[in-house]
Design a protein around this ligand. Sequence first.
Ligand SMILES: [Zn+2]
Length: 479
Amino acid sequence: MAAVQWDHDKPKVRLKEQEEQLREYVAHHLYPYSPAYRRRFDAAGISPRSITGFDDLAKLEPTRWSDVTNEPVAFVLRPTERAIIRFGERRLVGAITRAKFRGKVSQVNRDLIDPAYKPIHWHFDGDVPIGYSAEDVERLCEAGRRVLHLAGLTRDDAIVDVTPSGPSLEFWQLVDGARSAGLSAVHFGPEVAADRIAAAAPTVLAGPPDALEATLEGLRAGKHRIEGLTTLLVLGSLLDEADRKALRILGEAVGEQGLEVVAAWAPAGVRALWSECRGGRYFHTYPDMEWLEVLPDGEIAWTSISWHGTVFFRLRTGVSGKVDDVTCENCGRTGPRITVSSASSARRPSPTWALGSGLVAAPAARPAADAVFGRPPVEEVEDEVEVEEEEAAEVLVPIDTEVLAVLDEHPGVAAWQAEYRRVEGSDELIVFVAPAGVDRLGPLFRELDLALSATQYVVQRPDQIAERRRREGAVVDNR
Ligand SMILES: [Zn+2]
């Protein structure tokens, strides 16, 4: 699969590559692992394979932000083992099957599944937790790097950041982006004294508009002149022309004449801030990571075609405007640009949920919210509170008898009984099987094991198993 180029492919060529990425994403990531979207696809009677191009998205009802705030946890991708085996990429299915033979499933989790899927970084859009897997953090680094390049910065620039530190996209995308681009940055936060900022001699001041304004006012009041200050990077907020002009005048009073104001912003739910190119008045977006469409009512919808963790598809952004895929007359990059004509909110929602109650003591009204922090569940238990892996050995997890259905369904099984045991703190599953018309037991057990992950198979005659079941039932829990 050819990688989608974000800033110089011909739109027609790129569209083909994006559609290929969309198909792969829907079939192997979104539908299998997103409880929220699997439900939506199923309810609408849409097969994930019927999505072949962006025109097909119209079949799916757009997602409203209120849908997200109602059940944020359902929007986190959860690759359960069964879903991986049913829908996953061949590479993963193969790795899991091989690992099971060697009893090394935890290694597959650690080496393959966790980097792609396990959310290891979180921030909040309002009260919605947005999770990033290790691979997502790489994407965020890349998107952050692009913002700095779009803003016209180079490795010689030095950033003083006055964004309040905390679990917000704007803070972390700048941190990750500056590291990734190799730029010097100091994240002071908004309360720092003017002479400390002056001493840092920044060429760039970054932060939300109110913090930038207060910082510049402080510098001006202290009669500081910052030579080489040429850029104000406004994070997480739209600017109208009056705001922009006021900031520029304030900036020039402290820094250089001709200082430029560049804004980076994205609505809630969008996984990386878009940025204006230096001197432009439109946001460049990331066609290798996302798809933007204007809905019939004029609102722009956002669709992930690459992100894991907390994932949205056809999300209503509250933004009206124009999406055009052209070569930018200002910076020369080719790719989708957004010109915002109106937005339901000019400021990104600040991380309210994280304040006050704290992450651990989740308020009672949101019992599921804290369950999201941790490894995706091993078994597919809808809306159950997940158990951390370390605890799993100590806590009796409910037996997932649903997987045993394979024993009823498999034509090679005449009779069976399943017994759960606990050996040295871990659960074991012993399956007693009477084979039916099978010459070779190896392939039979391999097929069963894709669903079961049993510790051991014991072959018995049908009458022996019938006797066991009379005595103990079909499923024995000896834990
Ligand atoms: Zn441009």
